[in-house]
Design a protein around this ligand. Structure first.
Ligand code: SAM
Length: 222
């Protein structure tokens, strides 16, 4: 069964290269206890986000879709002491769990969770003059992915990195007639990224504990 093998390989890689520590373990435990869905990135994917932020030398990070703050912890740990991560979350209960998890991880001073629909909180961020962000991680309601990438472009600078999660969706991304909004939103996001000369991107498929999925990584060119 391929899923069992993918999960076993993920466990092997994660143990070696992205082992859990107390704060990460506690974040997942608190998320489970609060009844949050188990849809955080895998540990080795969290580590990829962390490494991308480090390689990028990110001082400011925007995350769209916080859940319990698991990916936020990986990302915020890449920041310097005076860095800043802002994470946007629709569900107040998720946001509250994430704030506690970030505080427990010692990241309360660099990481902030803002509650509300991202399409409402993004214009507020812009009005405040927040950004430009060095890295944006898009991982919220997938139907709005094209709009989130448009917002990411407004809130970044040439050289910024934009990452979008869950872009393969077990291969359903191929379905031109997809009825589900997540697939439609993801396809519309791909069309936008492929056509926009301000972005240089790739996407890759992944298998692992999260099944068959993928990520898009883009660099803002201009
Ligand atoms: N990035 C998280 C991680 O890996 O630990 C996982 C995020 S989860 C896949 C998606 C989150 O987006 C959920 O917590 C959901 O409540 C939130 N969400 C859904 N619609 C949203 C919206 N319109 N604005 C902001 N967040 C939204």
């Amino acid at each position: 069964e391929p899923q069992a093998r993918w999960s076993a390989v993920d466990a092997y890689l994660t143990d070696l290269l992205a082992p859990a520590d107390d704060a990460l373990t506690a974040a997942l435990a608190a998320s489970d206890e609060a009844g949050l869905p188990q849809i955080a990135v895998a540990p080795n994917q969290g580590k990829l986000l962390h490494l991308l932020a480090r390689v990028q030398g990110a001082r400011t990070i925007l995350e769209i879709g916080t859940l319990g703050g698991y990916s936020s912890i990986w990302l915020a740990r890449a920041l310097p002491a005076d860095g800043r991560l802002i994470s946007l979350e629709y569900d107040p209960a998720h946001a509250e769990v994430a704030r506690l998890n970030l505080a427990r991880a010692g990241l309360g001073a660099v990481a902030e969770v803002r509650t509300g629909a991202a399409l409402d909180t993004l214009p507020k961020l812009e009005a405040e003059g927040a950004g430009p962000f060095d890295l944006v991680f898009v991982d919220a309601d997938k139907k709005n992915n094209p709009r989130y990438v448009e917002w990411a472009l407004r809130l970044t600078r040439p050289g910024s990195v934009i990452v979008v999660d869950n872009v393969v969706r077990g291969g359903t991304v191929l379905d031109e007639e997809a009825a589900d909004e997540a697939t439609r939103g993801t396809r519309a996001m791909f069309d936008l990224v492929a056509r926009d000369p301000r972005l240089d991107a790739t996407a890759f498929q992944t298998v692992g504990v999260k099944g068959h999925d993928g990520m898009l990584v883009a660099r803002v060119v201009s």
